[in-house]
Design a protein around this ligand. Structure first.
Ligand code: KDG
Ligand code: MG
Length: 402
């Protein structure tokens, strides 16, 4: 199965998506997501200038060898741009292999380990009352697990909170917009938010919260401790994880389950956190951590240390990523939960998909491959538009983690 063509499709139906399509001499094609929010064209260049010329003529069946060729063979290792490009190739090749076998991808991985895949969605509002309304509306749609974010008194624009009536899309400007941040105001507010959510919705609903890397380890420990009575499903990205040891301090102080890893791109970013049992969920995704091939290795390492998979699934991860992720989730033994931030009807008009939502759970569908395709004619109607993620500054102007 010689690869005879590979092309990159960039489109912006409400937000930017980058999709790689690989075609074999037999006419079987596969697609992979290559979207890296706010840095899309860097991945396009990596693919078009370096990866695609070296792919043409290779055997599409040799997924592992191609993964090694693109990772080890590049000499320059790790990093989000390279690993997103490798992931796109890897997912497209798994799509081809599953189509060739006439099987849904999860069957090739070893078959399903569960009947359905629990997902969590987002609920947010400008204050506690509107956030409570958003939680009620997510629950009414069937979700059993909900990530709760709210505007914080005294902070003008907060991570995770949409303008009223809009879906949240953080890459909202041609150049980064600026947000301000105060850890003190945040820490004084969030325990009250979750107390109110529990009072209103009871104990059964799974609640999640994303700190988005803003706290120091000791502040994160304080928050985890304060939230214990509200028994969160997880507290996400409580502190930046470049220094994996930072999580030791949080862990020593709280039993709140910890999740991290949406910005990780290799197993090396996960290793110490897993081996030292400093986290409960790993958030690496099929698109940013090297594809299905690499995610299997991350999951297997995690399984030795009670770490479950909880993949990133915001709208900047395209329906192609979501489709592949759901096949992975259906199979992976140490599954925890999958994030699901619904794509808008306009975004979905460019893709066809076989995955299906019902009552808070997804199934990936039985179509051969990963079940997602791109309509190139529709995609061509929505040209790329530069959109960058915001930056955050402390109230005194110091640049902070966004
Ligand atoms: O591109 C950045 C977003 O995907 C990220 O901010 C979303 O943190 C996020 C999440 O948990 O979905
Ligand atoms: Mg997050």
């Amino acid at each position: 199965m010689k690869i005879i063509d590979a092309k990159v499709i960039v489109c912006s139906p409400g937000r930017n998506f980058v999709t790689l399509k690989i075609t074999t001499a037999e006419g079987v094609y596969g697609i992979g997501d290559a979207t890296l929010n706010g840095r899309e064209l860097a991945v396009v260049s990596y693919l078009e200038d370096y990866v695609i010329p070296a792919l043409i003529g290779r055997d599409a069946q040799r997924i592992e060898d191609i993964w090694q060729y693109l990772y080890r063979g590049a000499y320059w290792r790790r990093g989000p741009i390279g690993l997103t490009a490798i992931a796109a190739v890897d997912v497209a090749l798994w799509d081809i292999k599953a189509k060739q076998a006439n099987m849904p991808l999860y069957q090739l991985l070893g078959g399903r380990s569960r009947d359905r895949i629990m997902v969590y969605t987002h609920a947010n509002g400008k204050d506690i009352d509107t956030t409570l309304e958003a939680v009620a509306s997510a629950q009414a749609k069937g979700y059993r697990a909900i990530r709760v974010q709210s505007g914080i008194p005294g902070i003008a624009k907060t991570y995770g909170v949409a303008k009223q009536g809009d879906a949240y899309e953080p890459a909202d400007a041609d150049l980064p917009s600026e947000e301000s941040w105060s850890s003190e105001k945040y820490l004084n507010f969030v325990p009250e938010l979750f107390k109110r959510v529990r009072q209103e919705f009871g104990d059964e609903l799974h609640l999640l919260h994303d700190v988005h890397h803003r706290l120091s380890p000791i502040e994160a420990a304080r928050l985890g401790k304060a939230l214990e009575p509200c028994h969160l499903f997880w507290l996400e990205d409580a502190t930046p994880a470049e220094n994996q040891d930072a999580f030791k301090l949080i862990r020593q102080h709280t039993t709140t389950p910890l999740a991290v890893g949406e910005v990780f791109n290799t197993i090396h970013d996960c290793r110490e956190l897993m081996q030292q049992q400093l986290i409960d969920y790993i958030r690496t995704s099929v698109v940013h951590a090297g594809g299905i091939t690499a995610m299997r290795r991350i999951a297997d390492l995690g399984s030795l240390f009670n770490v479950k998979m909880g993949s990133h699934g915001a709208t900047d991860l395209s329906p192609v990523c979501m489709g592949a992720a759901l096949h992975f989730d259906y199979w992976v033994p140490n599954f925890g939960i999958q994030e699901h931030m619904a794509h808008s009807p306009l975004m979905e008009s460019v893709f066809t998909r076989s995955y299906h939502f019902e009552d808070g759970f997804f199934t990936p569908g039985e179509k051969a491959g990963h079940g997602v395709d791109i309509n190139e004619a529709e995609a061509a109607k929505y040209p790329y538009k530069r959109a960058m993620l915001p930056v955050a500054r402390l109230e005194d102007g110091t640049l902070w983690h966004w």
